[in-house]
Design a protein around this ligand. Structure first.
Ligand code: ZN
Length: 370
């Protein structure tokens, strides 16, 4: 850790297969119950032997509970559904079917899908929502997390899954921008007991800036040895900032969506410290790339940079060829995994500094043993 998980929201990281993902160093994937239960549907996923078999992916899979998606759907337009103490009832746009998500059902489906990390259903709020709404969300999130954990224990027992094989169970810390509410939520969840935690709520303010104060405070509420997932954080600068605050897991559709839309990430030469303009956006659709013979990024070892010029990629982009989507996505994901490797190195150095000589000796021993 830390690790970046691309979003395979509907069971696919668009245009890449499991071999491609492994080739760019991806260790784990994030999927989403809200989307998967609609397409391809829970019965299909079960019939195909679960998410790992279906996707040909043998690494860890985190399934998000869908709380955020249902919230944004219902929040944007109440005619799409309703939220009650029991759970969420919704009918997505264009769909004739109604779906129900309760804390219990969300956990059941995630276990059915074969998730390695199950996330309890939470009641997500907007950061600008009034205090009463934030308080209600904390009360509901705590109640749902208790129900989620009870159901999880029941599922594990019923299926005869041993303590070593069972998935990890995470809960989400809500509370908006209020420190006392975040504290109340984290404290309550810690008392119930979970394997890890997620940062709940939208992580950016209305200007698109990371809410650093509350994000840092929320991390401090959870003991360092318990992993914390910065849900939905994926913009490279934001990943660096949150990793430095002690967050371990990140997921976002941004790097892959940016790739498909022609916005590619390039590490600036000599900026391995990840500070001050350490990366740039390269817009591959720009005319200046028409004859550019160099790769996207000289220092990158991805399959795209190893073989192809910017000019060729520009050509594929203009054609909207499926090869463009694959190569561009490979590059942006490789950028993210190289970024994570840089942050891991930073983390090891920091721990050695904190633990002084003892840590260094342990580090040397680890090296000898490996
Ligand atoms: Zn590359």
């Amino acid at each position: 850790m830390p690790a970046f998980l691309p979003d395979a929201t509907q069971g696919v990281v668009r245009s890449l297969d499991a071999g491609d993902l492994r080739a760019c160093g991806i260790e784990a994937l994030q999927t989403n119950v809200f989307h998967l239960m609609q397409k391809p549907g829970s019965a299909v996923i079960k019939a195909l032997g679960g998410l790992h078999r279906m996707m040909g992916w043998d690494g860890p899979i985190v399934t998000d509970s869908g709380g955020f998606q249902v919230y944004s759907l219902i929040h944007q337009n109440p005619k799409f559904g309703a939220l009650t103490e029991r759970g969420m009832l919704f009918r997505p746009e264009g769909s004739q079917r109604r779906f129900q998500l309760t804390p219990e059902k969300s956990v059941q489906l995630q276990v059915d899908y074969g998730a390695d990390v199950v996330i309890c259903l939470d009641d997500c709020t907007h950061v600008d929502a009034p205090r009463e709404a934030q308080e209600a969300s904390v009360v509901r999130t705590l109640a749902w997390a208790r129900r989620g954990k009870a159901e999880f224990q029941h599922q594990v027992q019923q299926r005869g899954i041993g303590p070593e094989e069972r998935p990890k169970l995470f809960a989400v810390v809500q509370g908006g921008g209020h420190r006392d509410l975040r504290q109340r939520c984290a404290q309550g969840l810690l008392e119930v007991g979970f394997d890890g935690f997620g940062l709940g709520g939208w992580p950016l303010d209305s200007q698109g800036q990371l809410l650093l104060d509350i994000i840092a405070y929320t991390r401090e509420l959870v003991p360092r040895e318990l992993p914390m997932h910065a849900l939905g954080v994926g913009q490279p600068d934001n990943v660096v900032a949150c990793a430095r605050l002690g967050y371990d897991l990140f997921d976002s559709t941004m790097p892959t969506r940016d790739a498909r839309h022609g916005r590619l990430y390039v590490l600036n030469a000599g900026s391995d410290k990840l500070s001050d303009d350490w990366y740039s956006y390269l817009y591959i659709g720009d005319d200046k790339h028409i004859r550019a013979r160099e790769p996207l990024e000289l220092g990158c070892d991805c399959a795209c940079c190893a073989q192809y010029s910017r000019a060729y990629l520009h050509h594929l982009y203009k054609l909207k060829d499926s090869l463009y989507f694959r190569l561009a996505t490979l590059h942006n994901l490789r950028f993210m995994t190289r970024l994570m490797a840089g942050l891991q190195k930073e983390d090891i150095t920091r721990r050695h500094r904190e633990h002084g000589d003892e840590g260094q000796e342990r580090g040397q021993k680890e090296q000898r043993d490996s």
